[in-house]
Design a protein around this ligand. Structure first.
Ligand SMILES: Nc1ncnc2c1ncn2[C@@H]1O[C@H](COP(=O)(O)OP(=O)(O)OP(=O)(O)O)[C@@H](O)[C@H]1O
Length: 312
């Protein structure tokens, strides 16, 4: 696949001297869904704002569809739609009027059929004559997506699309994103949620403290994250582990009331059944069991440990 966005050696130092991005390189393929994952303050919004031409870079270069975002900014921006994190809409503007206006701003000819299609696919057609101030938060977010699509961009950025969004809207949004990808639109979204990346991304980029730590095919990353932990709460404290349980490398809590078993969730054999059998055979009674998937945070920790602070 050809690359549609090239980010080369991009750094950003804000006015106060804070280095929000540090020598970032990223190539985004045409037609893919790339999720940028990272904790608060990692630099996700700064990176997409630079690509969209809303924030000036300090050094490096960015091109969109072969157009440099500084020298050839009009051509670069015309290819981009952005759904911002914050809801910023004209309160007394009707939904359809807002879309017509935004399309006009990009110098695109009027196309009522296209705008109707955009509103219908976002379940907003019935609201086309409502003022945006009359809409619910979820509908406002749909309007933001509609506005970002109304000039037919080749690349769509969604900054934290799931922030403050209920499950139903999230699923609808994912469906719209998949349809757009099927039509050839390249999608870049930022998120804190690994589930969101798992649900829709083709590739995942992990960003932390202004650096891209990895960009990887999602399935490969999910395999890396397939580590799970099972916590087994015991009815009574266990003074010492019987030899028959040694092969499970169980950890014990300080109060001896909990055993922790680590296993690969995607492995062919998790060993859970035989562990339960061996616990039973040893006469160990269980009060409760719960499991937890290694989180994005765990991956961050494993990725960034031993690395000194990168910022000045
Ligand atoms: N205009 C600015 N002036 C100075 N510092 C800024 C400015 N904008 C952002 N920053 C800082 O740059 C860092 C990266 O911010 P950014 O918004 O890009 O992170 P993010 O990964 O999008 O975070 P979040 O998930 O919280 O939205 C943060 O520490 C932030 O405080």
């Amino acid at each position: 696949m050809a690359s549609i966005i090239q980010v080369e050696n991009v750094s950003k130092v804000y006015d106060g001297g804070f280095r929000a991005l540090d020598d970032v390189n990223l190539s985004i393929e045409e037609g893919e869904i790339l999720a940028l994952l990272g904790p608060n303050g990692a630099g996700k919004t700064t990176l997409i704002s630079i690509i969209c031409g809303l924030v000036n870079l300090t050094s490096g270069s960015v091109s969109v569809g072969g157009h440099d975002t500084i020298r050839d900014y009009r051509a670069a921006r015309s290819l981009i739609g952005l759904v911002p994190q914050e809801i910023a809409l004209e309160p007394f503007q009707k939904v359809l009027d807002g879309l017509r206006f935004t399309r006009g701003l990009y110098g695109k000819p009027a196309d009522p059929d296209f705008l109707e299609n955009v509103l219908r696919r976002l379940s907003l057609w019935d609201k086309r004559d409502s003022m945006t101030s009359e809409l619910s938060g979820g509908m406002k977010r749909r309007v933001l997506i509609a506005k970002a699509l109304c000039h037919q961009p080749k690349v769509l950025f969604l900054d934290e699309p799931s922030a403050g969004v209920d499950v139903e809207l999230r699923k609808d949004m994912w469906e719209v994103i998949r349809q757009l990808r099927a039509e050839g639109v390249t999608i870049i979204l930022t998120t804190h949620y690994i589930e969101e990346a798992e649900a829709i991304a083709d590739r995942v980029g992990i960003i932390s403290k202004g650096k891209i730590l990895l960009v990887e095919d999602k399935d490969t990353l999910v395999r890396r994250m397939g580590h799970r932990e099972m916590r087994i709460e015991l009815l009574e404290p266990l003074a010492s582990l019987p030899d028959t349980l040694a092969k499970y490398s169980l950890a014990q809590s300080e109060d001896r009331c909990t055993l922790v078993y680590s296993y690969e969730a995607n492995g062919e054999r998790t060993g859970i059944m035989s562990l339960f059998n061996d616990l039973n055979a040893a006469g160990i009674k269980l009060r409760d069991v719960d499991t937890r998937q290694s989180s994005l945070e765990d991956i961050f920790v494993s990725l960034i440990e031993d690395k000194p602070e990168a910022r000045t």
